[in-house]
Design a protein around this ligand. Structure first.
Ligand code: AMP
Ligand code: GLY
Length: 429
């Protein structure tokens, strides 16, 4: 088969790495890819958001199957357009991608299908929103309705912070059209987890569990990022909790979307808060998490391609996936300054070699004509290691991080700390 992966992050590198190992894959393209992806796929100079050019490329090159990594082309209808062109693809339609594209849409699905989530209200009017926040008090969460590249959420510890977030979105235009409506939510207290299930419109197949670290600094401090590291499995997601999440959140979402005429296909990524009252949905995403995907791909033993194709074909009930019993942990190396402004084009003098237990996935990297490796993005490299425990995977990942020579890079030093603390309290795991 000729396969095209769409995207340019470490998530897409991990997907390309897994797909290129499939005996079903004869030729792998990636649009646009990066310097690491170029080792396992042929990169083509078409941006992930350039939906029309991707469809044209897929037609001209007789692509058999397209795997869409990021949310933007999904929300823009890439899978619908590929479908019209007769090309099979992994990912939801634009209608189903509203689960990520609009927080208000997802809240509506939760209301109509009894899915546990934070209490909320929606506003377009600044004064009404301010009155609501003042009445409810802090802590409280303010979210821009639309896609805001992970930056549209403020967990406000004071009413004043909440009011400035409202002003930024509703009158300051900080998120453009994505912030013309806001969702104000009850602040949930508990431990967060990322839950992934492949879906085919009716069947949902749970993947391994994972947890990421969104804050930029050690101890989960500082502003939120796309994710500075992750690990799998997540101890908080034991078998009983997985079953509850499938029954109370994932399957009702899949059934609800089908009942409303927008069957969900692709990967459903439920961002959860495990509260004292049970799991609650923080948000749905319609793609793999990054860097959670990198940890999952390291643990996946089965061929991923038949599972992705079965999602598109509505045949996931025929798929079983096997996972390595080991843990995986990944550490993100980012450009100094990220998630705010940072220098682009800095030199990565040396990478660490990959092995059976460690892989460095690339995000924002490019090679010059002379073969020099440069950092071109905020998140740049994702070192992903396997180990007998999260603690062992953490040690191996940081040894590899130390061997990388990139003076403009930084990373967190405590990825996996919750699981490591649990393991040291309970050494038999
Ligand atoms: P989101 O973009 O919706 O995933 O939100 C980003 C982060 O904000 C989440 O990963 C949580 O850490 C936090 N967050 C969002 N909604 C809530 C909530 N209702 N209660 C507590 N924390 C939240
Ligand atoms: N790591 C969280 C995300 O991909 O949104």
């Amino acid at each position: 088969m000729k396969i095209l992966v769409v995207g340019s992050g470490a998530r897409e590198h991990a997907l390309c790495w897994a797909i290129s190992a499939s005996p079903l894959c004869d030729h792998l393209y990636c649009a646009p890819g990066n310097a690491g992806i170029a080792n396992v796929a042929e990169c083509i100079a078409v941006k992930a958001e350039d939906v029309d050019r991707i469809v044209a490329f897929a037609k001209e090159n007789a692509i058999d199957f397209v795997v869409v990594g990021p949310e933007a082309p999904l929300v823009a209808g890439l899978v619908d357009k590929l479908d019209e062109a007769g090309i099979k693809a992994f990912g939801p339609s634009a209608a189903a991608a509203q689960l990520e594209g609009s927080k208000a849409f997802t809240k509506g699905i939760c209301d109509r299908h009894n899915i546990p989530t934070a209490a909320y209200a929606r506003f377009t009017d600044l004064e009404a929103a301010k009155d609501y926040v003042t009445k409810m008090g802090a802590p409280i969460v303010v979210k821009a309705d639309g896609l805001a590249a992970g930056k549209g959420v403020t967990v406000a510890q004071t009413v004043n912070d909440a009011i400035s977030a409202l002003e930024d979105a509703l009158s300051g235009g900080a998120f453009g059209a994505a912030g013309e409506e806001v969702v104000i939510e009850e602040c949930l207290i508990g431990e967060e987890a990322s839950f992934f299930a492949l879906c085919d419109g009716k069947t949902a197949l749970p993947l391994a569990t994972a947890q990421d670290h969104k804050a930029v600094g050690d101890g989960d401090t500082g502003p939120n990022t796309g994710g500075m590291g992750a690990y799998s499995p997540a101890p908080v997601m034991d078998d009983a909790m997985v079953q509850r999440v499938m029954k109370e959140i994932v399957q009702p979402t899949v059934d609800g979307m089908a009942a409303e005429g927008m069957p969900f296909k692709g990967v459903l990524f439920a961002g959860l808060m495990i509260t004292k009252d049970g799991p609650k949905l923080i948000e749905h995403n319609v793609r793999f998490g990054d860097p959670e995907c990198e940890a999952l791909m390291m643990r996946l033993m089965s061929d991923i391609l038949p599972a992705l194709i079965a999602s598109a074909d509505g045949q996931l009930d025929q798929i079983t996936l096997r996972w390595r019993p080991e843990s995986a942990l990944c550490v993100v190396l980012a450009s100094k300054g990220y998630p705010n402004s940072y220098e682009k084009g800095t030199l990565i003098a040396e990478l660490a070699p990959d092995s059976d237990t460690v892989t460095t996935f690339h995000a924002g990297t490019a090679r010059t004509d002379k073969g020099v490796l440069l950092a071109t993005g905020g998140r740049v490299l994702v070192v992903t290691a396997l180990g007998e425990s999260v603690t062992a995977a953490q040690i191996r990942a940081y040894e590899t991080v130390k061997a990388i020579k990139w003076s403009n890079g930084f990373h967190r030093n405590d990825i996996g700390w919750r699981a490591v603390a649990r393991e040291s309290a309970n050494p038999t795991k």
